[in-house]
Design a protein. Structure first.
Length: 88
């Protein structure tokens, strides 16, 4: 399976209006992005910030995710999920 491209990942996260997404990684781990502002784009991947308390300005932790490790993106909206797979 091919990994997602930076352009594809950004297009999924930057929808307007924003819709939360779940990244499915090659390790089997998933990572939810519930706020567009929690993501910084890097040349090689994403920096995703996590806050235990959404009212706080500071992140409690972060993940660095290489684009090559993202297998698919699932949109999480209205209780329905829509999976996006990279084109072969």
């Amino acid at each position: 399976m091919r990994s997602m491209t930076p352009r594809t990942v950004e297009a999924e996260i930057e929808t307007d209006p924003f819709k939360p997404v779940r990244l499915h990684l090659s390790s089997g781990k998933t990572l939810d992005i519930k706020d567009r502002g929690a993501v910084w784009y890097l040349s090689y991947g994403l920096m995703v910030f996590h806050r235990k308390n959404p009212a706080r300005k500071f992140a409690d932790r972060y993940d660095l995710i290489n684009y090559r490790l993202i297998e698919r993106i699932e949109q999480l909206s209205d209780g329905h999920a829509r999976a996006r797979r990279p084109k072969s």
